[in-house]
Design a protein around this ligand. Structure first.
Ligand code: UT7
Length: 334
């Protein structure tokens, strides 16, 4: 069960109007196509790591546990602030954890939170762990091509954190994860090359590219039916058993399509894409934390969540939102 969550976003805001100085676009075009008005970007590595520490500490505090009782740290990050040491090891260091608990990163892009939740649940169900800290962080602003108006309009930076702990059997999240590597070319980010003096390579930067229309069609074809059939029906849930829908914040039009399929009114649907854009692995956790803080989500409740993105990978589930998983007195950010 999820016992505590945390999130953090940087202060620096980039509006749609700011983007009009980079290329020909408009607030109206971007908002109509995506639902996004602005996004945030990390100003420095130090800021990113400081916010990562804050979000992780917040999740641990909300869970009401001592950091020394954690037995696993997983970081979901495909656009990391740094590759080595791993982000999960950085978290261990930033939280001052003395025990040599295992820590590793996973790279599943925008599905990072749901894949991480599946891993945490598997460790807990098997008895290999009692308390798992999962963090999500994608430094999207570092890897998007700011000259590419089809891609850079979408992404923003942000951080999420969750503690998953052993508990009542029926309180384990029901998670289902999937991948289709045959359409991997829809979203790509080859590693930078050109540093080896012994081979002939044209130097390249590490930049993310996206075939937006292909991604959109894939998601529109796969995700709505996946949520109703694979997540809800297969696990014995009817749409009306669920209190909230928290989708990966990729595009407001996709959120709307799923909302209509489930027949939910606006009060059940969580969206913050207008202010933060697509924060990749962190988008579900940030949306969840903000909605509890703003009183839009009332706990206890059941939420259906679903992430999707590069790979293509996707995954979702039904999670119980317990009272106290996010307490406003534990918000450290100004
Ligand atoms: O978390 C990862 C998941 N990713 C997603 O969910 C992204 C899914 N895809 C999308 O949301 C949409 O594909 C975008 C919002 C990224 C793009 O919208 P689109 O309707 O698919 O645009 P397009 O790339 O097909 O471009 C249509 C037209 C083109 O003009 P021409 O060639 O038809 O004359 C583009 O050049 O719009 C033009 N265009 C723009 N115009 C103004 C593309 N980007 C822009 C822009 N501003 N930023």
């Amino acid at each position: 069960m999820i016992t505590g969550i945390g999130y953090a976003v940087p202060n620096k805001v980039v509006t749609n109007d700011d983007l009009t100085h980079l290329y020909e676009t408009s607030d109206e075009w971007i908002y109509t196509r995506t639902g996004i008005r602005e996004r945030r970007v990390f100003a420095s590595d130090d800021e990113a790591f400081d916010l990562l520490r804050q979000a992780a500490e917040q999740a641990v505090k909300n869970a009401g546990i001592d950091v020394e009782t954690l037995d696993l740290i997983v970081a979901a990050t495909s656009m990391p602030v740094q590759f080595m040491p791993s982000t999960s090891c950085m978290v261990q260091h930033l939280l001052g954890i003395k025990k040599n608990v295992p820590a590793f990163d996973i790279s599943v892009a925008c599905s990072g939170f749901v894949y991480g939740l599946d891993i945490a649940s598997a460790y807990i169900k098997s008895g290999m762990a009692q308390n798992v800290l999962l963090v999500t962080i994608d430094n999207c602003s570092r890897y998007v091509d700011w000259a590419d108006r089809r891609t850079s309009i979408l992404f923003g930076d942000g951080i999420g954190a969750a503690v998953i702990s052993a508990g009542a059997e029926n309180d384990v999240p029901v998670i289902n994860i999937k991948a289709d590597g045959h359409v991997g070319d829809y979203i790509t980010m080859p590693a930078a090359k050109g540093n080896c003096p012994f081979v002939d390579q044209t130097p390249t930067q590490q930049i993310c590219t996206m075939k937006g229309q292909d991604v959109y069609k894939f998601v529109a074809n796969v995700i709505p039916a996946y949520i109703t059939d694979d997540i809800l029906a297969q696990n014995g849930f009817a749409a009306e058993d669920i209190d909230y829908l928290i989708l990966h914040q990729a595009n407001q039009r996709i959120i709307k399509a799923v909302q209509e399929r489930l027949g939910y009114d606006d009060s059940k649907v969580i969206s913050n894409i207008e202010r933060l854009g697509n924060t990749s692995a962190s988008s579900i956790l940030i949306a969840l934390g903000e909605a509890i803080k703003d009183g839009k989500i009332k706990t206890p409740a059941k939420a259906v969540i679903c992430g999707f993105g590069a790979g293509m990978c996707w995954g979702g589930g039904v999670i119980n939102l317990r009272p106290g998983i996010f307490k406003t007195e534990n918000i450290f950010q100004k």
